[in-house]
Design a protein around this ligand. Structure first.
Ligand SMILES: Nc1ncnc2c1ncn2[C@@H]1O[C@H](COP(=O)(O)OP(=O)(O)OP(=O)(O)O)[C@@H](O)[C@H]1O
Length: 225
């Protein structure tokens, strides 16, 4: 089966004086259904890696195949199109619109995908039900708990059924109990077949993943396969 992600000697050097080799040439394969945690100290290259995986940035060298297609050399506009179609993102800070309901926040993710309004609404309600928020469809984010807000953000990320869910410190703003419930949800989604990559500096989060990848001074190593 074609891997979701296949990197061959992908690298990223920032054009500074002197240049910063933030990611040394690395090869990485992420299979469908994988659950990968990426750990590393501050400044080790985690954001660089996530930005490349998420098509928010382009590699300086190497080959990036996403679902078997070469996406390394795409223009920024083309990258945005692929990103919107194939990737879902979950961030530490939720990034929800506070003057829109949960349902509207999730629906917005489908706005430019050509899905008719009625189906947008149904799909958003289905995604919110999946994350356990069927009873909070009409709630505004400021009236939700931190864990509930992150669930809305996860629903927004999965509503388009992405190939890959990229999570950047997804529990960084949550207490330990809520962290557990959000990690349970990510486990459940992964159990349903969703491919998940989580960047974290928290051991509890890293422990949940089946694969552990460590980055140290821009060098990627498989810590646990
Ligand atoms: N735009 C840039 N220009 C020059 N250097 C950069 C740029 N972005 C990041 N760097 C450098 O690249 C290296 C990796 O940075 P990166 O942000 O990927 O690390 P990180 O592991 O995500 O750190 P943190 O955990 O603190 O967010 C660091 O040395 C950083 O200073």
């Amino acid at each position: 089966m074609t891997p979701v992600v296949e990197w061959r000697d992908v690298s990223r050097t920032y054009d500074a004086a002197p240049p910063v080799e933030a990611l040394k040439p690395c090869s990485l394969t992420i299979a469908r259904g994988d659950h990968v945690a990426v750990i590393g100290r501050s400044g080790s290259g985690k954001s660089t890696l996530l930005n490349l995986l998420g098509l928010l940035d382009a590699p300086s060298g190497g080959t990036y195949l996403l679902e078997g297609s070469d996406v390394g050399g795409l223009t920024e506009a083309a990258r945005t199109g692929v990103r919107n179609h194939l990737l879902g993102f979950v961030f530490q800070a939720f990034h929800l619109l506070s003057y829109r309901t949960s349902l509207e926040n999730v629906e917005l993710a489908l706005l430019y995908s050509g899905v008719p309004p009625r189906r947008r609404r149904d799909s958003a309600a289905e995604a919110l039900t999946k994350v356990g928020l069927a009873h909070r469809l009409d709630a505004f984010p400021p009236t939700l708990s931190g864990g509930e807000r992150q669930r809305v953000a996860i629903a927004r990320a999965i509503v388009k059924r992405p190939s890959l869910l990229l999570c950047d410190e997804p529990t960084g703003s949550l207490d330990s109990v809520t962290t557990g419930t959000v990690l349970d949800l990510l486990d459940e989604l992964n159990g349903d077949g969703l491919t998940v990559v989580v960047v974290t500096h928290e051991d509890d989060v890293a422990k949940r993943a089946r694969r552990l990848v460590e980055i140290h001074d821009g060098l990627l190593t498989e810590a646990r396969a």
